[in-house]
Design a protein around this ligand. Structure first.
Ligand code: ADP
Ligand code: F6P
Length: 323
């Protein structure tokens, strides 16, 4: 393989730049030419493809976002879109690609391989940490640290005013971020899509906390919680209880930006090198993951078939410590 393409796709995540840098420099190290594909699959269809050299990825390991930009591309969901994309790759002589994204992006890569023989390796890039086949995704560590710092700040004002705060963190389908930053910030309650939320029990638990001497409480809510978002849950609590003066903070996209942590930079660097090596070994339809601190290479389909869930014992830890 002489020419490799790299793209970032789906929601951006801190550390994607470190992954792009690693892919570009590893490809050069192994004597390949490497091309950056802009705006995910949209740029592939449009032919927004440019040669990259070692200097084009200088000074990006510490930057959030993605210099290649990212997109969600409906056209690529159709066979005709993928046909156009494959034709562009062939025009540039690109035989294999590294896709940094979530399981949606992997579905696209798997189809591109099945239908057009383009070799592909996936790197898990999403803050949600909800991809099967890996214990950590690139961006998760940064996101939980940002959310934790934000909750620490909210705690200061909550404690000063003896208030309840509902803090919403990202995770449309996953409560992983909520669970980890909730434990890390000592939240009184953590509401996730994985664990059904009952408003009456939540009120009960907040009351009990107050009876035990708590004067303020933090409720961390994953945006995809079954009882609604943080604002909706705060309204339901206010309607049914004496807790009418609660405040709501939505951390939102702040969690997706900013300089990646050392953990995410190193994870992305290791994974990027491994992805290039895998392509050169003739692998395709695989994702690089990490398990027990060792890199793994598993089928792309593990991303959606072995969907990652947080360890249920974390909920027990959170409850025991929120006394
Ligand atoms: P993520 O990769 O973070 O899960 P998305 O689910 O939005 O993000 O997927 C990113 C892009 O991958 C989509 O916009 C689309 O172009 C492509 N994609 C997703 N699912 C499929 C699919 N089933 N078939 C083909 N392409 C897909
Ligand atoms: O990157 C994953 C994620 O952060 C989800 O947790 C969230 O629901 C979604 O992206 C929001 O992305 P966007 O605002 O780009 O649609």
């Amino acid at each position: 393989m002489k020419r490799i393409g790299v793209l970032t796709s789906g929601g951006d995540a801190p550390g994607m730049n470190a992954a792009v840098r690693a892919v570009v420099r590893a490809a050069i190290h192994y004597g390949c030419e490497v091309f950056g594909i802009e705006r995910g699959y949209q740029g592939m269809i449009d032919g927004a493809i440019r040669p990259m050299d070692a200097r084009s990825v200088s000074g990006i390991i510490n930057r959030g976002g993605t210099i290649l930009h990212t997109a969600r591309c409906m056209e690529f969901m159709q066979p005709e879109g993928r046909m156009k994309a494959a034709a562009q790759l062939k025009r540039f002589g690109i035989e294999g690609i590294v896709v940094v994204g979530g399981d949606g992006s992997y579905h696209g890569a798997a189809k591109l391989h099945e239908e057009h023989g383009i070799r592909c390796i996936g790197l898990p890039g999403t803050i949600d940490n909800d991809i099967g086949g890996t214990e950590y995704t690139i961006g998760f560590d940064t996101a939980i640290n940002i959310a934790m710092e934000a909750i620490d700040r909210v705690r200061d004002t909550a404690a000063s005013h003896d208030r309840i705060f509902f803090v919403e963190v990202m995770g449309r389908h996953s409560g992983y971020i909520a669970m980890i930053c909730g434990i890390a910030s000592g939240a009184e309650e953590i509401l996730t899509p994985e664990d059904p939320t009952d408003i009456d029990s939540l009120i009960d638990s907040l009351r009990q906390g107050h009876q035990r001497g708590k004067t303020s409480s933090i409720v961390v809510v994953a945006e995809g919680d079954d009882a609604g978002d943080a604002l909706q849950i705060a309204k339901q609590v206010a309607e049914k209880s004496e807790f009418k003066d609660a405040r709501v903070t939505v951390i939102g996209h702040l969690q997706r930006g900013g300089s990646p942590t050392a953990f995410d930079r190193v994870l992305a660097s290791r994974m990027g090198v491994r992805a290039v090596e895998a392509l050169l070994e003739g692998e395709t339809g695989k994702m690089v993951g990490i398990q027990d601190l060792q890199l793994t290479l598993r089928p792309l389909s593990d991303a959606w078939e072995c969907r990652s869930q947080f360890d249920p014992s974390l909920l027990r830890v959170a409850r025991i410590l929120a006394v």
